[in-house]
Design a binder for this molecule. Sequence first.
Ligand SMILES: *Cc1c(COP(=O)(O)O)cnc(C)c1O
Length: 383
Amino acid sequence: MKPSPLHEPLLDEDVLRPTHVEVDLDALEHNLRAIRARVGPSEVMPILKANAYGHGLVPVARRMEALGVPCIGLAFLEEGIRLRRAGVRTPILVLGGVLGDQIPLFLQHDLMLAASSVDKLLLIEQHAAEQGIRARVHLKVDTGMERIGIHWYHADRLLEASLRCAHVDVVGIFSHLAQSDERDPSFTRLQLERFEEVLSFYEKRSLPTPTRHLANSGAILGHPTTWLDQVRPGLILYGVWPSDLRVDLDLRPALRWVSRVVYFKVVEPGAGVSYGSTWAPERQTRIVTIPVGYGDGYPRSLSNRGQVLIRGKRYPIVGRVCMDQIMVDIGWDSAWNGDEVVLLGTDEHGHRISTEEIADWAGTIPWEILTNINTRVQRVTRG
Ligand SMILES: *Cc1c(COP(=O)(O)O)cnc(C)c1O
């Protein structure tokens, strides 16, 4: 039965929502170039997991491809399949752990995967042999993160096994740093030493060393000895600093999260605002409501803590953050329905609320703020 025209949507519902995220692809390009200039001749493998840290996987990947990156790093198989379906041809490495039944999908979509144990390597070899093709893998060595990867003190077993796999090309070898953004460099140095010890396997046998990569954002900023052949920036690619350590690198935040005033009211002294009535004004005040909440990934911990920008001024969130709404005290200032509200990013007057600042208010890290902005919030890309 043909649906009646009455049931067809008249408007794209995404366009109706006043709350959205704007992503500046030129800022990402700028950051990639800045990182390249810093680490050269090491190459840059941008990390696009978790919806490109909330920035939108496909448009960010397309821009990175246009910039000729050697490889895109992801966390999960399904992210890689999404990029292949979107027509992205650049090599892709899925950094995370792999389950046996996923291996055929990696091979089918030409995705590189992490061989993180001898068992997993042999499974990959078996699947590739069955299909009569060659799998491209990066060996994953654990040098102190105690997450996935073969321990550095057993890594020879994995490297040796890989030499006997006729259907596996070892394209890269990598490890991950646990403390690269901390002030004390000693654990990062120890992890690098352990990794170098593992890598000496190739030199001892006069074999070519696969592409070596180790450095995340913290290490790109603070530990040049870890840059090796490629670096893997996530957070700094998006223009956000991993800690309060600053170096001479011009990073541009690429994301703006905005909404609009949807309601205005005057609240009397003592009248509690929002769930639990945790806040009430001492004198008559003006309260505006913004249609965004923890159901969008705006942290509930910003209740009575966060701030937003309206008409070039910062105002406090009062009362609890709701699932779909927040209330803001504008004192005796003016604001109208439809006024832009900046939750994160820069307003038209050049005032800014940074991801780092929101993370501080929320008692968490900037990574979590960005990756929690969920799919209910539409992404609009510029540049
Ligand atoms: C997420 C991730 C990165 C990027 O980390 P940032 O600190 O955001 O730069 C690099 N390598 C691996 C293995 C990762 O999982």
